[in-house]
Structures are given as C-alpha cells and as structure tokens.
Design a binder for this molecule. Structure first.
Ligand SMILES: C[S@@+](CC[C@H](N)C(=O)[O-])C[C@H]1O[C@@H](n2cnc3c(N)ncnc32)[C@H](O)[C@@H]1O
Length: 843
C-alpha cells in the first residue's frame, strides 16, 4: 500500500504529482486553518494534502478569498479527507476525469443563491458565486443529524470506502467510480455543514473574536475575569462577549447554528470564558515575586518592628503571658581618647625631662608658650614631644586603628570566668580567716587624705567601699577594683585595654592596647579558688597530662586555679616585668589583680610580671625566654638558688643524731655559720633566728631531750631548703594602691631564707598600723613573734595529714604565711607565687 505521502487530491492530480511535495495526513490539519474552500472548485483543494502555497497558485483565485465563516466546515471536510485519501492512488491515474473548475461552477451555479449574503461584504470578489454546498452535495435534507444521535465520529467511520475502493481498484474504467468515491465523502462532509448557518451564524471562536472589534463600542464592556475575580459568567455576559453574530445565533436558536457551533456552544471556549484559574502574581523590580518562597530575613536597616505583631488580645486579657520586653537599644560606645586612652593630658610639658631637654625645649617658644592642651587628640605618650624636639617627622609607632596585626590566633580551648568561684571547702575556709571580718573596720582618713598612702585599708590591702571607708566614694582613691569594674563594664576593647596575642616562643601572651599609668589596675586574675587538697587532687587526676598549670598561690591554704578563668592567666613571665600581681581583699573577698609596675605602660607593650615561679623540683625548671637584660635564664630562682631535693625524714633524723653527737659546741658553730650565711645574703635585713633554730639552741642550752633537738634541727634544715619568695616590692602603689615611698625602704629582693629575719624591726609602714593589729592565722599560732620565722607552715601547721609530696615544704604556704606574719600587713599580702609545674607528680 502506498504511503499517504503519495496521495493527492482528486483534482489537478497531475500537477500534484509534479510537485511531488511531501505530504502527510497532518498537513491536512494544517490546511484547515489556512484557506477555507468557498467553491466547489475548492473542494479539491480541501482534499489536498500538499502545502497550501503549493496549490494556491494554479487553483482558482477564489482560493485566495478567506471566508472565516466556513472554517468550521473546512475542518469537517478535513476529517473526511483523511479517509478519502485512501483512494488517491486510483485518482492519480484518472486525473483527466476530474471535473474541471468550470464544469463544477456550471453545475453549482444553478443551485447557488442568487445574491450573496450581506454579511459577506468583506469578500473581495463579489462576482464570485457562493454556493450552497449542502445542496450541492445533496446533504441538505439530512437536517439535524446530530440531534438524532448521529455521532460524527461514527459517521466518519461508517464512511468506509473499502468496498468502493476495491471496486474502483478493480474497475478498469473506474474513473467515474473513483470520482464518486472520492467526492462522496467530501460532499458528504459539505452536506453535513449547514451552508446557511455557516454563512450567517457559524462562527468559530476565532471568527467570533474577529467579529468583535466591529461592534466594540456597542458591546458592553467585558468585565475582566481576572479583575473581578469571577470564575463563572452569566448567559448575558456570554452573549455580550459573542459579538453580533454570536448573539444573533443565540437569538435565532441553535437550529440556525452550524453543527460545529452547536457542538461548541456550551463550551467555555465558545463563550470566551477563561476557566483556568487566574494566577495573581506579584512582580517587583522586573522580577517575579514568589509568594510561597520563604521570607528573606530582614536586612539590618529594617529594624522597625511592627507593633501589631505584639497585639495578642487573648493573651492580654488573660494576663498570663508577659509582653516581650522591648529590645534595649544598643548604645554606641565611643572611645573618647582613642589610642591614647589612659594617657593624661600633660599639664606641664617640662615634667619628666632632663635639664638638657628642658633647655632644648625652651628653644621652641611655640611649644612652651602654648599652654592650651590638646585634649581631643593628644600626642602619643613619651613620643610626641621627644620627636618634636628631635626635629623628626612624627610617625606613629604602630597602626592607629589596630595595634595588633590581624589574623592573630586566639585561644579556643579556654573557658572564661570573670569572677572568682569558691570550690569545695575553700569558701568555708575563707570565712574562718580574719580578713573576712577585719576589712570592715573603717579607715580614719580625712577628705584631704582621700585614702591615699596613709590609708589603713590601703596598707592592709583592703579596698575601700561604703562599709569601711571614712571618706566616701567621691574622694576615695583606694577603689581600684571598683574602677576596673566601671571601666570594663562600659565595654570596648580599648577600655578593657588588653588583648591576647600569640608570641613567637612563649605561647600566648597579653598585650596592652591602651596606655596604663604606673600602678594602675589593669585586669583581674580570676578563677576557681580551691584548697591545697583540692589542688593536689586536680594535679594528680585532672591535670596529670597537662603541659602547664594556671595555679597561683592565693591565700592561706588557698589557690586560684585559672584553668577556667580570666585572660590574665595568659600573662607571661619576665625577669624585668612591667606589671605585678597583687592580692586585695574586696568586700571581704580575696581578689587578685594585675597592676602596672612602677612605670607607665604604652599601647602595644606586652604585659608581664615576675612569676616568682616555684618549680618545686629542679627538673621542672623552665628556660626563661623573656629576653630582658637581667634575665635569670629560668622561670624562677637562678639555678644556683634552685633548692636541692628535700631530705627524707630518715635523713633528717640521721643528721640530727649526728649533730647531737657532735656536741653542743659544734652545734653552736654550725648554727653560727648558718646564721652568718643568712646575714650575709640579706644585707638590709636583720636576720632573726628562726624559732626552730631558737628552740634547738634553747633545747641544747637547757639540755633538753634529744628529741626536741632533733625536731628543731629538722625544722632548720627544712627551712633552709625552702624557697620563700617575698616580693616586698609588690603591691606598691604610688597613687591608687600603695604608698610607694614607705614601701621603697623595704628590700626588693626576693629571697629564700634571707627574708625571714627582716621583719623583726617594724618597718615604717608598720607605724601606720592600727593600734590593735589584726591577728592573722599565723599570728595566732605564733602570736608573740611578728617575725616570719614563726609563721612557717612547718611550725604552724603539722604536715601529718598530707601526702608525702605535699608535706614537704608546702612552700607556697610557708612563703605566704611568712609574709602574713610580717609586721607590715602590706608585706603580708603581697606575696604572689604562681605554681606552674610540668609534672603533677612533683606536687
Ligand atoms: C600562665 S602560662 C602563661 C600563658 C602561656 N604562655 C600560654 O600560652 O598559655 C605560663 C607558661 O607560659 C610559658 N612562659 C611564660 N613566660 C615565659 C617566659 N618568660 N619564658 C618562657 N616561657 C614562658 C611557660 O611555659 C609557662 O609554663
């Protein structure tokens, strides 16, 4: 069987064949919407499956005429063509038998209406006859076949030309047959359409639309479905939207409508009703705004909250749920002094200059005469004036905006704690100490004094507050911790004034990012306050694998563990420090803070203090990398001062026995040598014989028992190997904290045994003590003697209950107690020793 591509319409077959245009059944469909047939001659064109432009030229010019009203008919015809194409094989051979257009016209002219319909005024060729195709096809009598249940589809199927085709195929003279069979469906199809109605009322939706513009002014304005939101329309609306022809059709009744229209009349498409859901879309800035898309978080600028969001009437009535508190407006923190915060504006530019410098400065009248101080942007401390005098261009020694280079690694493993926290028995222990109550006694300062150097609270290292100050907040200068709190509460890194840095060789460190005056409080050293027992436990269990510890001897039998603590724990050691660590009693609580040293501190300087490191063992001695000219080389005492390992009890007993054997004279000699050695090592201090030695001597003198002598000797030996660090210079304050002048008379040396004897004669500061000196725990144990010697742990506190490791000179305690027993309360407080041990076993 031949493919449909070879099929050709029954008319003008030769020409079709000659075109040889490819064709398929779908092209028929395409042709339906193009050139509707208006004449019989066009019948052939209807069956043509060649492209329209191919056949348009040779065919009658009527084809050029577009008749919208017959489009529906054409579609019907097209349906038939699909079927009739099966016969074209025969038709190609009988092209000569096809009726010519003229013949066809002659035939049809008889039955064609004499006058063209007035509606068809658009027809360009009025002369062209219009035929009643139904009549011509002989189908006009069929009437309303559809209403009788005649299904078009069935009809099409029933129009099988199989037999005809076969017959015609067999018919050698089958020309006529072929024509009949070929034309029958076409005519049948044409007949099926009502030419009358097609002329007048038959309108496809397309044709309806094309008619609408003509009567646009008359027709009531169509209400846009989208605008109105209506999804259904009234009949009147439907009619109005049909235009004139459509309305007429409705008015005349469906019988006047073409079959196609009748088929479509109840469709929304026919009525022009858009039943698809109307999509309301939002566009902004040329972009589609998806309403289902999650809302973008409001930008920073859009901070205005809609108050209506809080309108929850039910909740208000019940009163059960509180309204969310309005967000507190963040107050912008301004730095009033910039990089030089903490720097006082110089009132006397000659201050601190040498005579030569003053002379030189006097040569610059513009500098000396100008008494007005630039408070807005003061020149850098120590730099500006010197540079001016040297005649150099001023250049900042560091980045103004950020002294610290960016990208500094910060410690992340560290948990911060800004307040001390007592752990375990430490709190109860502290409450038993006299400091807890004694700090409340009021100072006797006058407003003129302003709690200066002579303030008893200051001397005792008790910070003044409302309970113990006689002067009042406005004039009191002894409130360093309170000022620190004020400063840091305001926030901002320049107010806090310190930042963590990463040093090249000592791990992390702390750097000043503002200026600090001499003796000014810088930051507090906070952590967990634990007892020594707890410290032992932690070191043996918790920190046994740690590289180093942040444990600082704090008070009697108490230690601050800053493993969880403030950033002060990162302050490194220096043998020439610019800070010191001092303990104060604030509101009855022990607190430790880092204070600036005797000189001002510049922005960018690394903060250091002397650890007074007690390694507890020679093997724990760490190399010091502070780089100062007077570096001791190790963290702690110099190697020669490193304590030898402590003798065991047996060794001590043996030594005592031996010394007892040597006799009284030799023992005296030994003691004399020892005392001499101590005296030579502490030039400024008068060494008092330690109580143990005293007891030993007394025991020998009085020929007491050997046991007593042994005990005394053992005590002496113990003390001789103990490192007792007394940083007598610590906690000196010129302005805020301590009267420096008085303390300056005290030796600065941090010594071992040397320190013991110096406290026999009261220092000048002792004169300022209260009439009734406060009793320390150590003084309780050795009340008669204010000397350090009587206050060692060994004496005051038996080492029975301690582990062997800790029983040995609880050096921290001994050092601490010794200073507490000092007649100078200042000295009693200023001992701070950091215990940084590399091996927990050593403790
Ligand atoms: C309390 S921490 C100080 C902060 C420490 N750099 C860090 O990164 O955590 C004490 C440890 O710092 C190191 N360190 C501090 N000062 C030092 C110095 N001058 N020389 C060498 N190491 C020092 C030692 O390892 C010491 O055990």
């Amino acid at each position: 069987m031949q493919s449909p591509a070879t099929l050709s319409p029954p008319r003008d077959l030769s020409s079709e064949a000659s075109f040889g245009a490819p064709a398929d059944t779908f092209s028929n469909v395409a042709s339906l919407s193009s050139t509707p047939p208006t004449t019989v001659a066009d019948d052939a064109s209807l069956a043509s499956d060649t492209p329209k432009n191919d056949i348009a030229l040779p065919i009658d010019p009527i084809d050029d005429v577009i008749e919208p009203a017959i489009i529906e008919e054409q579609s019907e015809v097209a349906d038939s063509i699909v079927i009739t194409t099966t016969t074209t094989e025969i038709l190609t051979a009988t092209s000569e038998s096809v009726e010519s257009p003229e013949t066809t016209r002659a035939k049809t002219s008889e039955s064609a209406p004499s006058t063209p319909a007035p509606e068809r005024s658009r027809r360009p060729r009025l002369s062209a006859p219009i035929y009643n195709l139904a009549r011509l096809a002989g189908t006009a009598m069929h009437g309303k076949r559809r209403s009788k249940g005649d299904e078009i589809a069935d009809r099409k199927r029933s129009t099988s030309f199989g037999s005809t085709f076969d017959a015609s195929a067999e018919d050698s003279n089958g020309t006529e047959t072929a024509i009949n069979t070929a034309t029958t469906p076409v005519k049948d199809t044409i007949h099926a359409s009502d030419s009358q109605s097609s002329k007048r009322g038959a309108k496809s939706p397309k044709s309806v639309k094309s008619a609408v513009p003509k009567k646009r002014e008359e027709a009531p304005k169509r209400i846009a479905t989208r605008a109105s939101g209506l999804e259904t329309e009234t009949l009147a609306h439907k009619l109005s939207s049909l235009g004139k022809r459509g309305r007429k059709t409705f008015e005349k009744g469906v019988t006047k409508m073409s079959r196609e229209l009748r088929r479509l009349q109840d469709t929304n498409e026919f009525s022009g009703i858009d039943t698809r859901p109307v999509l309301y879309t939002t566009w902004a800035n040329g972009k589609y705004v998806d309403p289902s898309a999650p809302e973008e978080p409001p930008t920073k600028k859009i901070k205005v909250q809609d108050d209506s969001a809080y309108d929850v009437p039910e909740m208000e009535e019940e009163g059960a749920v509180e309204e969310p508190a309005p967000k507190k407006r963040r107050v912008k923190k301004w730095l009033d002094r910039g990089l030089y915060a903490g720097q006082e504006a110089p009132t006397d530019i000659f201050k601190g200059l040498t005579a030569a410098e003053k002379k030189k400065l006097a040569q610059f009248p513009e500098l000396t005469q100008n008494t007005k101080v630039n408070k807005t942007l003061p020149s850098p401390m120590f730099h500006g004036l010197c540079m001016l005098m040297e005649g150099r261009d001023f250049k900042l020694p560091f980045d103004l905006c950020n002294p610290l280079p960016p990208g500094q690694p910060k410690p992340d493993e560290w948990r911060k704690m800004t307040k001390n926290r007592f752990v375990g028995d430490a709190a109860a222990y502290w409450k038993k100490t006299p400091h807890f109550k004694d700090y409340q006694s009021k100072c006797v300062c006058t407003p003129e004094d302003g709690c200066g150097e002579t303030c008893q609270n200051r001397i005792m290292l008790y910070e003044c507050d409302t309970t113990n100050c006689n002067v009042g907040e406005a004039l009191c200068q002894n409130r360093a911790f309170a000022r620190l709190q004020e400063r840091t509460r305001a926030g901002g890194k320049f107010r806090v004034g310190v930042e963590v840095i990463k040093t090249s060789d000592r791990g992390y460190g702390i750097r000043a990012n503002r200026c600090f005056e001499a003796n000014q409080i810088i930051m507090e050293y906070t952590g967990e306050i634990i007892t020594e027992d707890e410290c032992d436990r932690r070191m043996n269990e918790k920190y046994k694998d740690n590289q180093c510890y942040y444990l600082m001897s704090f008070d009697q039998n108490m230690i601050i563990d800053a493993t969880t603590g403030s950033i002060a724990r990162f302050v490194n050691h220096s043998c020439q420090p610019n800070c010191r660590m001092v303990k104060w009693i604030v509101s009855g609580q022990p607190r430790m803070a880092l204070f600036a040293g005797d000189r001002d501190i510049m922005t960018g300087e690394e903060l250091t203090y002397d650890y007074n490191f007690d390694p507890f063992s020679a093997k724990n001695v760490q190399k010091c990398l502070c780089g100062s000219p007077n570096c001791r080389g190790v963290l702690g005492p110099k190697p020669k001062e490193v304590k030898p390992p402590r003798p065991s009890k047996e060794e001590l007993a043996k030594a005592a026995k031996e010394s007892a054997k040597k006799g009284k004279r030799k023992l005296k000699e030994a003691l004399g040598e020892l005392a001499e050695a101590e005296a030579s090592s502490t030039k400024k201090r008068k060494i008092k014989t330690p109580a143990g030695i005293k007891a030993l001597a007394t025991g020998v003198k009085r020929t007491t028992s050997l046991k007593a002598a042994t005990k005394g000797a053992a005590t002496v030996i113990k003390r001789s190997v103990s490192t007792i660090s007394v940083n007598t210079k610590a906690a000196l304050s010129k302005k805020d904290n301590m009267p420096a002048k008085k303390i300056s008379k005290v030796s600065k040396s941090k010594s071992v045994i040397k320190s013991y004897g110096k406290t026999k004669s009261p220092t000048k500061s002792a004169k300022t003590q209260r009439a009734t000196p406060k009793k320390t725990p150590s003084s309780k144990t050795n009340q008669s003697s204010p000397s350090i010697t009587a206050a060692t742990t060994e004496n005051s506190k038996p080492s029975k209950g301690k582990s062997p490791k800790m029983t040995t000179p609880s050096q921290t305690s001994s050092g601490w107690n010794s200073s507490i027993a000092s007649p100078s309360p200042r000295k009693a407080m200023d001992v701070t020793r950091i215990r940084l041990v590399n091996s927990p076993r050593v403790v």
